[in-house]
Design a protein. Structure first.
Length: 478
């Protein structure tokens, strides 16, 4: 599992940084779902709008042609010829636009003859709506009764849609007459434009509603993932040991498997710690027998045995502490408040160093001073630093705790003789002591720093404002 003291942060380059998706929408499941859904909605509605506009335009065009054909049939029905072979209307056409000048609907009756130069000369009858103008229709030769469709410019310059038919009266089969009906194309374009505007507005409202529904669906659908992320954050911060709660059926198996992995990992870690303790106990027992036997003898061999037994005990204690801390850092959900641990350690140090009369100032911890790790390791680190400060202090030891972002800073000052800068790193080596006359194994600072490093923290030795040595312990905060 990942080290709990070093969670990935924004901008960090982890070992799998090269396999991440690029930034932007491709790196977000939410944005990819929204982009795909919204693109599909826009494309679908655009195709639907284009299809509906086309269908309505075809419908209007057929209706327009049917209306012209109706007027042409009506003109054909009321057309008659007098005794002088002159065309005349036996009745009025029904549409009032034919009687209003430039009303947008026109009719005209021409005689088909090759010796007439223009339509104006051919035009014998025309609607009042044409006023003093005439329709200039292409000089084609439709068959009798055949309908021809044209587009021409009207009397006021507006485009017209024209429908014409050639007839031959039964009384005068040698004469051909062209019947023409025309209408302004704006009568077709205006309703089509109004329909397209209303269609665009309706599709826009529909698109907005569908987009809002898609956004809501994606947000609600991915909401369990956000809750899972919060539970993982709580577990990383040490608030919980497993992911609690019920999730949708698609996510619950993942949560159950993850909790199962956590449980098995905790069981393996606990077993490993137990085995390490049993091994240390098994090794310490014969070492104690050897030490007792060597203490009863004063030969060179006995002294050598005593020295090597002491070295072996030091190594066992050191590696046992490292194994315990390494196992603890692999467990998520560890939280240890600093205030009770520091209060207990100060009471212990007050008793241990009671004969020296040291003043141990009480510690005021911030409310959020919580260590992301095991209590025993925290006691080991701070206890070794406190014990070292009490050994060297003349009269006073001060402890300060502060929260700095995601880290806790524990500062321990003493008013002792201090330590030269070149020696501040060497004292962390195993078995090294600043003064051989001072009791100790030289292992406490080494164990404290190893534990801090295992948790992703550090220990720095500096000059104290009180004149002695300052130890700054940096640890991950929950």
């Amino acid at each position: 599992m990942r080290h709990p003291a070093s969670p990935p942060r924004d901008g960090d380059e982890g070992p799998n940084a090269g396999s991440r998706l690029p930034g932007g929408w491709r790196g977000s499941l939410r944005l990819r779902l929204l982009a795909g859904t919204l693109a599909w909605i826009v494309v679908t509605l655009a195709i639907a709008g284009w299809g509906l506009a086309g269908l309505f335009g075809q419908h209007l065009s057929r209706q327009f042609h049917a209306e012209l054909s109706m007027h042409l049939d009506q003109l054909t029905a009321v057309l008659a010829f007098d005794a002088a072979d002159k065309p005349a209307l036996t009745g009025q056409l029904s549409d009032p636009r034919l009687r209003r000048p430039y009303g947008g609907l026109y009719w005209q009756v021409d005689r088909v003859a090759n010796d007439i130069a223009t339509n104006a000369d051919r035009a014998l009858l025309r609607s009042r709506s044409l006023w003093d103008a005439a329709l200039e229709v292409p000089a084609d030769a439709p068959a009798d009764g055949e309908l021809h469709d044209h587009r021409i410019d009207g009397p006021d310059g507006k485009p017209l849609r024209v429908l014409e038919r050639v007839i031959r009266p039964a009384e005068y089969p040698g004469q051909a007459w062209r019947l023409i009906v025309a209408a302004d194309e704006s009568l077709l374009a205006e309703p089509l434009g109004r329909f397209n505007n209303q269609l665009l507005l309706a599709l826009g409202v529909l698109a907005a509603g569908l987009c809002a529904a898609a956004v809501a669906q994606v947000l609600l659908g991915l909401k369990p993932l956000a809750r899972l992320q919060r539970e993982l954050a709580r577990m990383r911060e040490g608030e919980v040991r497993t992911i609690a709660g019920r999730f949708p059926s698609e996510i619950q198996p993942l949560v159950d498997d993850f909790n199962g992995v956590l449980a098995r990992n905790a069981e393996i870690v606990a077993r490993a710690r137990t085995q390490a303790g049993n091994l240390a106990h098994a090794v310490k027992t014969p070492l104690a027998v050897l030490a007792n036997a060597a203490a009863q003898d004063h030969t060179a061999l006995a002294r050598l045995v005593s020295e090597q037994v002491a070295v072996a005990r030091t190594q066992v204690d050191h590696h046992l502490a490292r194994a315990r801390a390494a196992a603890a850092t692999a467990l998520p959900g560890l939280r240890t408040p600093l205030e009770p641990v520091l209060a207990g350690l100060l009471r212990v140090m007050q008793r241990v160093h009671a004969e020296r009369g040291l003043a141990l100032a009480p510690v005021r911890c911030p409310p959020d001073a919580v260590f992301r790790g095991e209590e025993q390791d925290l006691q080991e680190m701070i206890g070794n630093l406190l014990d070292n400060a009490c050994k060297w202090a003349r009269s006073r030891v001060e402890v300060q705790v502060e929260r700095a972002g995601d880290a806790l800073l524990v500062t321990i000052d003493d008013d002792g003789p201090g330590l030269p800068a070149p020696a501040r790193e060497t004292v962390f080596d195993r078995g090294v002591r600043a003064d051989e006359r001072t009791p100790g194994s030289g292992l406490g600072l080494a164990i404290a720093r190893d534990l801090a490093l295992l948790y992703g923290g550090s220990i720095a030795l500096q000059e104290s404002p009180a004149g002695g040595l300052r130890a700054v312990l940096r640890l991950p905060a929950a």
